[in-house]
Structures are given as structure tokens and as C-alpha cells.
Design a binder for this molecule. Structure first.
Ligand SMILES: [Zn+2]
Length: 68
């Protein structure tokens, strides 16, 4: 996934493109995704958009819902 070596323009594009992606935000400085939990307000981090979903589901189920 290193085919995009162009610095600022592309990263700005990505940032804007996913700015409203279901609360998940791409941090192009840290190169990771963050998601603020709508339940407890905790910030979650994941390296890819795919993992943020998994991380979010795991967090919701095991932390917010206390393993329910
Ligand atoms: Zn939570």
C-alpha cells in the first residue's frame, strides 16, 4: 500500500474524503484511523479503515456493553 507517495495534496484529499465516514477520522500525520466512541467518548485507534470497524465493534461489545 505504498503506491501513493505524493505528500500533502493526496493526504488532504483522503482526509476530506473520509471526514464524515461514520465518525471515523483518518489521521494523516499518524497514518492511522481514529474513532470517537459515541457511547463513552473514548478515542479508539486502528491502522486501517477495516480494523477501525473491528476495533469499534470490539470496544462497543466488550467495554461499553460490558461483554453483553
Ligand atoms: Zn465506548
Amino acid at each position: 500500500m505504498n503506491q501513493y507517495e505524493i505528500p500533502d495534496p493526496f493526504q488532504t484529499f483522503v482526509s476530506k474524503k473520509y471526514a464524515k465516514y461514520k465518525g471515523a477520522i483518518y489521521d494523516f500525520f499518524a497514518k492511522e484511523w481514529s474513532y470517537k466512541c459515541g457511547c463513552c467518548g473514548k478515542l479508539l485507534y486502528a491502522p486501517t479503515k477495516k480494523t477501525i470497524t473491528t476495533t469499534r465493534l470490539y470496544h462497543t461489545r466488550n467495554v461499553c456493553l460490558n461483554g453483553y
